[in-house]
Design a protein. Structure first.
Lengths: 457, 228
């Protein structure tokens, strides 16, 4: 319709400009311009229509005899034919150019969309993030609702309806998930255009690659962790077998010596052997206890039975439990007034203080002074156990399992501080070794929760 | 004077051997039971002065045995528990056991606990103890007066009730549950921090070093005991 209007307008314009000075050739060119405009604006179909109309109108208005379709000269027939053919040709070229331009724009849009998705998936830290950004970018790119289901057996949130496009996310090794592009609700079913389909496939490939990358990275991490666990287990076995056998050797040896009928030991030796057996049995019990504690802390089965407990009581019962071991060292307590109550597992937290005090007993001379101090700092409650002994060995992480101070004569398993760290961290706190201190000094920081409900007074 | 009878209820022969040897050497007469069922009969026929009860029996849990004994006997019951089984221990104490020992323990500690439990049961049987004195602190339960080094200490009612409960049961472990029920009433038995707060106040008023108490003793995870 518009094509005809344009041609009519052209006719009118050329007619008005007058037969006076325009040659036939100029009129033909004017029609060709009109056809080209129609072709560029409305495509090839209207352009053909415009070409046909141009020929007709040209004949009617400009070719004698005027106002008839009768043609006087055969020369004009050739003009008509050439005008038609050139019109078609020009409009063909014009529409093709236009399509190329549209393609270029579309290609750029796709490249941009894909690039944005690539950036987002590369930054994703886990599979869920990849799924979320795939859905977000697909929604923007296709202007449709998009769901992403991870895993190779897709149970979409709602099953795909007719007109939905289901694109599997296939990586090199397996199906990573599914992208579902929903048919716009309310609109008549309209399949995606081929280039949109291609883009959807490109999206799927990109997401699948990202998912595979994450999965492989996870696998690698798991392998590394497994290897580290194996190493630790080996270290555990060697440490445990050595440390457990030493006291067992004393006990077995001592007891069998005492049982010897043919060569009974002297009364004084009997006494010494019995003392050694008792001491080593006690020591063995400590080792087994700390191993069990470590297993609990490590096994992730540490369930905290938190109760409200005043700091004094916790420190007091830990000090009482280690009094015999620490003697003749005195434990000085330095507890600030009006401290908030702790909300901790009393048995486990007492174990932390006990372990720290045992360490002090183990690594300091009998003349050493041991202090337990509690105060409130900026990060919460601060509990410090310090002594004025030889201090901590440099260059080793004393909180690591099976790490013992050089020349440690006590024969512990090197688990005490690892247990402390496990328990403190399970409570949301921190424990550090203060290496600036003169002797050994361990500082525990615990968050202070809002106080418990008090009894109605 | 005849030697006091101690009934040992323990399923492990090695542990029974150790207990029997230690107790016989210390002058007690020992009766042994391997199972809970057997223990009930032996307890009735021998009327022991003290019962040593292992909580890991195969045929009955120690709590049931404790309850059954408490129905007719006031003899002290000392429970023996493995480490890490604090629940069992507390339940047995709540059911009426007097004290506990955690395996492994030495003979010295065993004998000390037995002596203290027997002494307590003789005292509570002979006269109503109305005055307890420990570390310079005098608790007069008849007049409701507490003095420290001769000077009267003012205690709030709850503090006094807590102290008096521990003093009446001097030497015996009182669980949080028992204390809460006696001092605060049956509705408060889960609020262990009530007890802890009052105990902190008591220690500030009565102990020289509240962080290292000399007689208001914490039984970690279980409750408190007034050392007598």
């Amino acid at each position: 319709m518009i094509a005809l209007v344009v041609v009519a307008l052209t006719t009118l314009a050329t007619r008005m400009l007058g037969l006076a000075w325009l040659a036939d050739a100029d009129v033909v060119l004017a029609y060709l311009v009109a056809i080209t405009i129609v072709a560029v604006r409305f495509g090839i179909g209207p352009a053909i229509l415009a070409a046909a109309a141009s020929v007709a109108l040209f004949d009617w208005f400009f070719i004698p005899p005027f106002y008839t379709f009768t043609v006087e000269s055969s020369r004009h027939l050739v003009t008509f034919a050439m005008m038609f053919v050139v019109g078609i040709f020009v409009s063909g070229v014009a529409t093709r150019l236009q399509r190329h331009e549209a393609d270029a724009v579309e290609r750029e849009r796709r490249t941009h969309a894909l690039l944005a998705l690539t950036r987002a998936t590369a930054a994703a830290g886990d599979a869920d993030e990849v799924a979320t950004s795939l859905a977000t970018h697909a929604r923007a790119a296709f202007e449709r609702e998009a769901d992403v289901v991870l895993g190779d057996a897709p149970p979409p949130t709602s099953p795909p309806a007719a007109g939905d496009l289901v694109v599997p996310l296939i990586s090199q090794s397996r199906a990573e998930g599914t992208l579902v592009l929903r048919q716009p609700t309310g609109a008549p079913p309209e399949p995606l255009a081929p280039h949109e389909r291609e883009l959807a496939d490109a999206f799927a490939r990109q997401a699948a690659t990202a998912l595979e990358r994450l999965r492989l990275a996870d696998d690698a991490r798991a392998t590394a962790l497994r290897r580290r666990t194996e190493e630790l287990r080996a270290a555990l076995l060697s440490a445990v077998s050595h440390d457990l056998r030493t006291p067992l050797a004393t006990i077995t040896g001592g007891a069998t010596t005492l049982l010897q009928d043919d060569a009974p030991p002297s009364e004084a030796d009997r006494r010494l052997l019995l003392e050694a057996i008792a001491a080593q049995a006690f020591h063995l019990e400590r080792l087994v206890t700390s191993l069990l504690d470590m297993t609990r802390v490590e096994g992730g089965v540490l369930t905290l039975r938190r109760e409200w407990i005043p700091v004094e009581e916790l420190i007091g019962s830990a000090a009482a439990a280690t009094r015999a071991l620490l003697a003749p060292r005195q434990v000085r307590t330095d507890i600030a007034a009006d401290l908030p109550m702790l909300h901790v597992d009393p048995a486990l937290f007492e174990q932390v203080v006990v372990n720290l005090l045992e360490n002090a007993a183990r690594h300091t001379p009998p003349s050493a002074a041991v202090t337990v101090a509690a105060s409130v700092g900026s990060d919460g409650l601060v509990l410090a156990v310090s002594d004025d002994g030889p201090g901590l060995p440099a260059d080793i992480d004393v909180f690591e399992k099976f790490v013992r101070g050089p020349g440690s004569r006590a024969g512990g398993l090197g688990l005490g501080l690892a247990i402390c760290r496990g328990i403190v961290e399970a409570h949301g706190g921190r424990i550090v070794a203060d290496r600036a201190a003169r002797g050994a000094r361990f500082v525990i920081t615990l968050p202070v929760p809002p106080p418990p409900p008090t009894e109605a007074a | 004077m005849t030697a006091p009878v101690v009934l040992i209820i323990e399923d492990e022969a090695q542990v029974r051997l150790f207990l029997r040897t230690a107790l016989s050497a210390a002058g007690y007469r020992v009766v042994e039971a391997e199972r809970g069922a057997e223990a009930a009969t032996l307890a009735r026929s021998h009327n022991p002065a003290l019962v040593l009860l292992d909580l890991g029996l195969p045929d009955a849990d120690g709590i049931t045995v404790t309850r059954a004994l408490r129905e007719w006997s006031t003899s002290p019951i000392l429970v023996i528990s493995a480490r890490g089984r604090e629940e069992d221990k507390i339940q047995a104490l709540d059911a009426g056991a007097d004290d506990y020992l955690t395996k492994p323990f030495g003979t010295g500690e065993l004998l000390a606990r037995i002596r203290s439990a027997l002494r307590r049961s003789v005292l509570s049987g002979s006269a109503n103890t109305t005055v307890v004195e420990v570390e310079g602190v005098r608790i007069d339960m008849e007049r409701r007066v507490v003095t420290r080094d001769g000077i009267e200490v003012h205690l709030k009612p709850t503090e006094y009730n807590l102290l008096a409960l521990l003093a009446k049961n001097a030497g015996k472990v009182m669980t949080y549950g028992q204390i809460l029920k006696e001092v605060w009433g049956p509705g408060a038995v889960t609020h262990t921090h009530y007890v802890r707060v009052q105990m902190a106040e008591l220690r500030k008023k009565l102990e020289c070093d509240p962080a290292q108490p000399a007689f208001l003793i914490t039984e970690a995870g279980v409750g408190y005991r007034l050392r007598a």
